[in-house]
Design a protein around this ligand. Structure first.
Ligand code: PMP
Length: 407
């Protein structure tokens, strides 16, 4: 992308122009929450200003407009993931809610004592804890799939762990802590031979890679809107039609029923069966706008720019004394966990803020992964397509300065 293109693109993100402690903001916390462009905020603003009404209830004009926009958002997401049918897209409040929905509605009714759920050692807690909760009730267990020091999943070990008691495999497409891109298509193919369903956590993948759920053939694919330049409180569950049709509701209430009586209630078809109550209407209108924005930029162009930024960052990091990258996967997104020998990650992140640099520090909701690497916490720099070479330079200078101050 030309410098002019990048400048024009960044102008759509007013947050990026802020000065923090008098320094230009370097927003390297995109894996936590990405920034929202003006047009996403404008789309949500339009809903509240022009056609604020509940969906699927009112026959008046505002009600039909709200419903139209909300359901159009479903079409946009279905297209983005290349789902076969729009009804395969269920709106949730985020990845966490989507995984819990699959855990309680799809898997819990099937779980028997001794059953196993496989999840990788690099999962976010959102793809561990819901499975643990349902496993505990059923007397089943969650079994970790090991990774190597580079932070790559060990496929032969995964294959060896699959057995007749395996009920589901949960795997992240891209690790939020390491940036590793997992070979999810291969994992799904492996699982298929044993008839095991797979849930892919795409939270960190959708901002970086083209995702085609039909090509992946995953049973479930979930992501959260706020990491995809959309608003918080929005999430998506893609599930194959056959699964959704067989799944009982998880939340009960308005909007998810066909008829209700005290002698028995019947439920709406998917996806509405799983969208009880008034949804985050403005949120999904905003998310659809974010997806249109990404589609107009072109996810392949985004990926190409990010791989350039990624390579550049990896080279520049070598200039920082004592800088240790945690996770060195060959196939990766621009998400970098690091430690500075002798310095606590929280101190690094706190002092980096004084240099205008926003990074996250902590365990990244991945305790088992931190235990694997034997570190209490890391600092994490995560980039998006709007980040620049100049920001990487500012980051490297800032980390050097912080290190000198702390040692
Ligand atoms: N999975 C992964 C890989 C994530 O990075 C995150 C967010 N850090 C989540 C799940 C949870 O997403 P949310 O909090 O939006 O539900």
């Amino acid at each position: 992308w030309s410098d002019a293109e990048v400048t024009a693109l960044r102008a759509q993100f007013p947050q990026l122009a802020r000065l923090i402690h008098g320094k230009p903001l370097v927003y390297f916390d995109n894996a936590n929450t990405a920034q929202t462009p003006e047009r996403v905020v404008a789309a949500m603003d339009r809903y509240y200003r022009d056609f604020n009404a509940n969906v699927a209830r009112a026959v008046h004009t505002l009600g039909s407009e709200a419903t139209e926009h909300y359901e159009a958002a479903r079409d946009v997401i279905a297209g983005f993931l290349n789902a076969q049918r729009r009804e395969e897209i269920v709106f949730t409040s985020g990845t966490t809610a989507a995984i819990n929905l699959v855990a309680y509605s799809f898997l819990a009714p099937k779980l028997q004592p001794g059953d196993e759920i496989l999840v990788s050692q690099m999962e976010h807690h959102a793809n561990i804890v819901p499975w643990q909760l349902i496993a505990e009730r059923a007397g089943a267990k969650v079994v970790p799939v090991p990774i190597n020091q580079a932070g790559e999943l060990l496929l032969p070990e995964l294959a060896a762990l699959i057995n007749p008691r395996t009920r589901l495999i949960g795997i992240t497409h891209v690790s939020n802590a390491l940036g590793t891109i997992n070979p999810v298509a291969e994992i799904v193919a492996l699982a298929k031979t044993a008839g095991v369903p797979v849930l892919v956590d795409g939270s960190q993948a959708v901002p970086h890679l083209a995702v085609d759920v039909q090509a992946l053939d995953a049973d479930f694919y979930v992501f959260t809107g706020h990491k995809l330049f959309g608003p918080t409180g929005t999430g998506v569950l893609y599930a194959k039609t056959a699964h959704l049709e067989a799944m009982p509701p998880f939340f009960g209430g308005g909007e998810m029923i066909r008829t209700v009586s005290f002698s028995g209630t019947t439920f709406a078809d998917p996806p509405h069966r799983f969208e009880a109550g008034t949804p985050n209407i403005a949120g999904f209108i905003g998310l659809a706008e974010a997806v249109r924005f990404v589609q107009e930029l072109g996810i392949d162009r985004i990926a190409a720019r990010e791989s350039m930024l990624c390579e550049l960052a990896l080279v520049r990091f070598q200039d920082i004394p004592g800088f240790r990258l945690i996770g060195q996967a060959k196939h990766r997104a621009p998400v970098f966990s690091f430690v500075i020998d002798g310095v606590h990650a929280h101190d690094v992140a706190t002092l980096l803020d004084f240099e205008g640099v926003a990074v996250r520090s902590g365990h990244h909701c991945a305790h088992p992964l931190m235990q694997f690497y034997g570190v209490p916490a890391t600092a994490r720099a995560s980039l998006a397509f709007y980040n620049t070479e100049a920001e990487i330079t500012q980051f490297v200078a800032a980390v050097k300065k912080v290190r000198e101050r702390l040692l």
